[in-house]
Design a protein around this ligand. Structure first.
Ligand code: GLN
Ligand code: ZN
Length: 758
């Protein structure tokens, strides 16, 4: 290779208008056939490729597209299909594929969990008793398609063996080498077929190298890559890492492949190459455009970064690219017509990022002057944003500086507070509740859209919201739940909603990114100092409470979750932004309390996923998260009960943090990880109250009473019934009305029966 080339690591699947989501959901609803689904998604896939081709990207990824999730695709490609899905060899059907993702009547879905520190969820491969085999060479299929249809010589993207296995479950650590050995021939077969088809570059994603790996795994890794090198010596494999610099840098860059992809935006890749050098025989794929946020790059700085990189790696061995797949950012800012021009000027979504990549490649090739205009433009736009009045609020800055330890302490410890709370609420043993949202039917979504488009008045919309609340308070009372919720009908999304109300935020119209399956979220943008200016949730909570004698929970999203699920400007340290959000929520909580809302839930589902990949960075992150949560919640009265909710079960290693949040009650997802969480409580003592999700809400399947009772009883073996709450795994917004009522009815019955058996 003699010239610098531009590359991409992955492109959003969803389409400019979420066409992908629509097609999938139509198929699941049986309103389109399999063929129609495949046609629609093929069209979209080709459009995505064509766009990248037109933008001038040299190395275009293929096989990054998926009908659900790329980890699930890898499992299907290798026949990693749990027995309960009745798979008997051959090509895996689309229905089996979706069954693994979503569950079917006779078989629960596979566990779903967050992809590294992102809000993207992948389907966890289950390796118990499987015999891996190549069922279909998916990357090859996609490679051929791109070549035939568009003449693109694509770069197949494949999830690397070390990452794939590390993200899987169903084996013990000591068997890692053995398993790797079993998968290796399959990878080699896939590679050989790619090589035969004329593939030049392969992107082998190994983001796991951004985490801390044991010596043994590193040794296994080395052997595996040597075997690959022996078998396909001419295939140019790039080991692609992202989201963090490589923790065991020397070992990884020495692996026998043609290229290494490093993230120069997150972590310390530049100092690593400067300190330890970079192998002379390898290509460096340099991720310099941030694939994780939406802000325009300062191209001059980026060009300088590339110049610094060039000190170590000559330019004929350089590939210029985003820091990660663009799956994590929206498609294009082109459609954002209503956005403030200063803000819009400072933005860069996937398509705009690719333009930046191309510009940088140009600049590196032909000198800075050749792209001078673009460099100036990026500087001006960023400066305009930085100087805008949207950016700074002096009072907020001062408040943050004056914080002290008392601001984050509840007035008495948990064991004293809980007594007062019990006296106040008189809840039964094993109180039942839900996590907050109730079904967002098409009617709810349509009405919200109509209101946004000004087709109905605010009065009409608010009346609709009140009717919903009233209906569901009635349903919850009838079901016999103990602590009720208003159901969140006014929120399209738990972060976007607060983004719309808090100062310092902006929301986009089409800024969607995939979260799990067909579900997309639209993260708000934090453009300036964040502060509270008027109550955000009080009206709905108070109305709901006025309809019932049972307590209604106030429902807020916590600081770390708001932070992690927003696109945050990068001028101010994380801690400052977190505390600004914390202070704003504190005011909201005080407003709820003044209006007699005595149970307030502050959700932190994103706390865990935001953990840095590199464990050495965990402590700082967790301390900041705890501080901001306590800042939000600590000012309440002793008999006001603070709840929190987290949707994951991988809990062991942050147990102390969860305790340190000092919430009176926590609810956690459990059932989708098939109960592994409970062992955490065998090893740790937790004295506060806790609800472990007793059924999976991600699947349309309605749990049986026996199943729920089993889940509860299993938990009660380790957790005292005095501490235990009964709730579903997570919010119910994605479920249908009948499903929800049926499932909750079963849950309440299960709770009653267990109370009697105690
Ligand atoms: N209260 C939110 C809801 O029920 C929590 C959602 C979540 O944890 N992701 O929808
Ligand atoms: Zn949840």
């Amino acid at each position: 290779m003699t010239k610098i080339i531009s590359s991409n690591l992955g492109y959003p699947r969803i389409g400019e208008k979420r066409e992908w989501k629509q097609a999938l959901e139509q198929y699941w609803d049986h309103s389109i056939s399999e063929k129609e689904l495949l046609d629609k998604t093929k069209k979209l896939r080709l459009e995505n490729l064509k766009k990248q081709q037109d933008l001038g990207i040299d190395l275009i990824p293929v096989g990054d597209f998926s009908l659900y999730d790329h980890v699930l695709d890898t499992s299907v490609m290798f026949g990693v299909i749990p027995n309960r899905f009745d798979y008997h060899g051959g090509k895996v059907s689309l229905d089996t594929y979706f069954a693994m993702a979503r569950g079917v009547k006779h078989a629960v879905a596979s566990e779903m969990t967050k992809w590294f520190n992102t809000n993207y969820h992948y389907i966890v491969p289950e390796l118990e008793s499987i015999k891996p085999t190549v069922t279909e060479n998916l990357p090859l299929t996609y490679y051929k398609e791109a070549k035939q249809e568009l003449g693109i010589d694509g770069k197949p993207v494949i999830l690397g063996p070390i990452t794939y296995l590390k993200l899987s479950k169903g084996y013990e650590e000591k068997d890692f080498g053995h398993l790797l050995h079993a998968f290796l021939p399959l990878y080699i077969q896939v590679f050989k077929e790619l090589e035969e088809a004329g593939v030049t570059w392969v992107q082998l994603d190994e983001p796991i190298f951004g985490t801390n790996l044991s010596e043994e795994i590193l040794a296994n890794t080395r052997q595996a890559y040597e075997a690959i090198q022996d078998e396909v010596p001419n295939l140019n494999i790039i080991i692609q890492t992202y989201f963090e610099s490589v923790v065991q840098y020397k070992e990884v860059v020495d692996l026998p492949v043609k290229g290494i992809g490093l993230d120069f935006v997150h972590g310390e890749s530049l100092s690593l190459i400067q300190e330890y050098g970079f192998p002379k025989d390898k290509v460096l794929a340099a991720g310099v455009i941030n694939g994780r946020n939406v802000w325009r790059a300062d191209l001059e700085n980026n060009l300088q970064l590339l110049a610094d990189i060039k000190q170590t790696v000559e330019s004929d061995r350089l590939i210029v690219q985003p820091s990660s797949s663009l799956l994590h950012v929206p498609v294009t800012k082109e459609q954002e017509e209503d956005l403030d021009v200063t803000i819009k000027g400072g933005l860069s979504f996937a398509d705009e990022k690719l333009v930046e990549v191309v510009t940088l490649t140009e600049g590196l090739k032909n000198g800075k002057q050749s792209v001078n205009e673009e460099l100036q433009k990026s500087k001006q736009e960023l400066e305009r944003l930085r100087n805008s009045t949207l950016r700074t609020n002096k009072e907020v800055k001062a408040n943050i500086e004056n914080l002290n330890e008392d601001d984050i302490k509840r007035s008495v410890p948990f064991n004293q507070r809980i007594k007062k709370q019990q006296e106040h609420f008189h809840l039964p043993l094993l109180p039942t509740t839900t996590i907050g949202s109730l079904p967002q039917t098409t009617e709810v979504k349509k009405t919200r859209t109509a209101w946004r488009k000004k087709q109905i008045t605010t009065n009409e919309y608010e009346q609709f919201v009140r009717d919903y609340i009233k209906k569901w308070i009635g349903i919850q009372e009838e079901l016999g739940l103990d602590v009720l919720v208003h159901g969140e009908p006014e929120r399209a999304d738990m972060v976007e909603y607060f983004g719309e109300k808090l100062n310092g935020f902006t929301v986009t119209k089409y800024g969607w990114v995939q979260s799990y399956g067909s579900r997309c979220v639209k993260p708000p943008l934090i453009v300036g100092d964040v502060y509270f200016d008027q109550p955000m949730t009080v009206k709905e909570a108070v109305y709901a409470q006025s309809l019932t004698d049972k307590p209604v929970k106030g429902m807020l999203t916590g600081p770390t979750t708001i932070y992690n699920w927003s696109f945050v400007h990068n001028d101010v340290p994380r801690k400052t932004v977190l505390n600004q959000i914390g202070l704003a929520l504190r005011k909201e909580i005080e407003a709820l309390e003044e209006n007699w809302i005595k149970i307030i839930q502050v959700d932190e589902p994103a706390l865990r996923e935001g953990l840095p990949l590199d464990r050495n960075k965990w402590q700082d992150y967790l301390e900041d998260a705890v501080y901001a949560f306590k800042l939000a919640t600590a000012s309440v009265k002793d008999d006001t009960q603070i709840h929190t909710h987290m949707c994951y079960s991988d809990f062991q290693d942050i147990f102390d943090t969860i305790d340190a949040l000092d919430a009176d009650v926590i609810s956690i997802e459990t059932s989708r990880s098939h109960g592994e969480l409970i062992s955490t409580f065998e090893e740790n003592t937790y004295n506060k109250e806790i609800g472990l999700g007793v059924y999976d809400i991600h699947s349309p399947r309605i749990p049986s009473k026996e199943e729920i009772k089993q889940n509860i009883n299993r938990a009660l073996k380790t957790i005292s019934s005095k501490q235990f709450w009964i709730n579903p795994d997570c919010g119910l917004k994605t479920r249908k009305e009948e499903e929800t009522i049926e499932a909750l009815k079963t849950m309440v019955e299960a709770a009653r029966e267990i109370r009697e058996e105690l």
